[in-house]
Design a protein around this ligand. Structure first.
Ligand SMILES: NC(=O)c1ccc[n+]([C@@H]2O[C@H](COP(=O)([O-])OP(=O)(O)OC[C@H]3O[C@@H](n4cnc5c(N)ncnc54)[C@H](OP(=O)(O)O)[C@@H]3O)[C@@H](O)[C@H]2O)c1
Length: 332
């Protein structure tokens, strides 16, 4: 069987994770990296061709890829790169701006549908596998609500978006933000109450901040605590630390999370569904999910499908590198 030829569009944390993940998937091969700045990428990566993402005809012709895994940022990159590339090639991405997924789906559906390509959007762990778990938990326990909690371990989970938000504050040199789940709230859900929560009831936030020389610590703390959406709704603990402390104690991208739903089955017996993920590296985990979806994209395209899809639209067997016979024998 010919291997599925993959190009990795965007060389950041997730892009590097995809290149590593592809090595564990023998039916797939990375044939190129696409970047807005190939010179930057080539300084640290030269294993396969690195090409300018805007030169679409050139890399399509040279690399003959089947699927592009889009690893750009959700805020500014994917809304532009996604629809542009979906017109030229099958794509997968991890667009994670939850409130804009419907809008992004519509744009990708038009772009991929018109050109006869398949585009799987918004996959990773959340949105992605946690979306699927929320849907099946609710379907199998009608009336239950599925809740997502993040940062269950003692040190919590590193939020890349919130860390980026801290680094935009004037006077902040470097920073990391760890999310902690409120365990009492998890227990409330487990008890079957289906509680109404504000965001601050479910999670707290812990910030490790390195200040620029001469920065006003109190002003920075006030800016953090009052930042709308990111910190204002939460109990937020702030530690001002040295760069050495941050480098030694806050390396890597650990994260974890839990989907939990509780309710009753037909004769009023209590029932609970839980699904937990623990990641040593959030971007590498996201990358592994993206790669499995690239296999599904290739299968959907081989069937003549086109348009936008999410994880909810794809049979799980399409993610697997195993044959139907193996799945029936070993996984059912
Ligand atoms: N669904 C999920 O569960 C999930 C989980 C985690 C992340 N995500 C999404 O994945 C997206 C990508 O995350 P990421 O951590 O890979 O972001 P990132 O490291 O900031 O990379 C994003 C893009 O920025 C460019 N870039 C990276 N490093 C750079 C540098 N040193 N200088 C200049 N440009 C650089 C790259 O594009 P070029 O190579 O074209 O310059 C890259 O594709 C996030 O925005 C998030 O939305 C989703």
């Amino acid at each position: 069987m010919a291997k599925i030829r993959v190009v990795v569009a965007g060389y950041g944390n997730v892009g590097r994770g995809v290149l590593a993940a592809l090595k564990n998937n023998p039916d797939m091969v990375a044939v190129g990296v696409l970047s807005r700045n190939p010179d930057r990428v080539r300084k640290s990566f030269n294993e396969i061709p690195v090409m300018q993402i805007a030169d679409v005809d050139t890399w399509l012709d040279a690399l003959k890829p089947d699927v592009a895994i889009l690893c750009g940022g959700s805020k500014d990159d994917l809304p532009i790169q996604g629809p542009a590339l979906a017109q030229r090639i099958n794509t997968v991405d991890s667009f994670d701006n939850h409130s804009r997924i419907s809008e992004y789906f519509a744009a990708m559906d038009v772009a991929a549908g018109k050109s006869g390509h398949v585009s799987v959007i918004s996959t990773g762990w959340d949105p992605g596998i946690f979306s699927m778990e929320r849907v099946v938990a609710n379907a199998f326990l009608p009336g239950s609500r599925a809740y997502g909690f993040y940062g269950l371990g003692e040190s919590g989970g590193l939020s890349m978006g919130h860390s980026d938000a801290l680094r935009t504050i004037p006077g902040v040199k470097d920073a990391r933000q760890y999310t902690h789940a409120v365990s009492a709230s998890i227990e409330k859900v487990r008890s079957g109450e289906n509680p109404e929560f504000t965001p601050g009831d479910m999670h707290t936030r812990e910030c490790f901040v390195v200040l620029e020389d001469g920065a006003d610590q109190n002003a920075v703390a006030e800016t953090i605590r009052t930042m709308p959406g990111y910190f204002a709704p939460y109990k937020t603990e702030i530690h001002f630390v040295t760069q050495e402390f941050l480098d030694q104690n806050c390396a890597g991208f650990p994260h974890d999370g839990l989907v939990v739903a509780a309710g009753n089955t037909g004769n009023n017996h209590s029932a609970r569904i839980e699904y937990r993920c623990i990641w040593g590296s959030n971007p590498e985990a996201t990358a592994n999910v993206l790669v499995a979806h690239a296999r599904a994209v290739s299968r959907l395209a081989d069937e003549g499908k086109c348009g936008a899809f999410t994880i909810l639209d794809i049979p799980p067997a399409y993610f697997s590198m195993h044959s139907k016979e193996e799945l029936l024998k070993k996984f059912m």
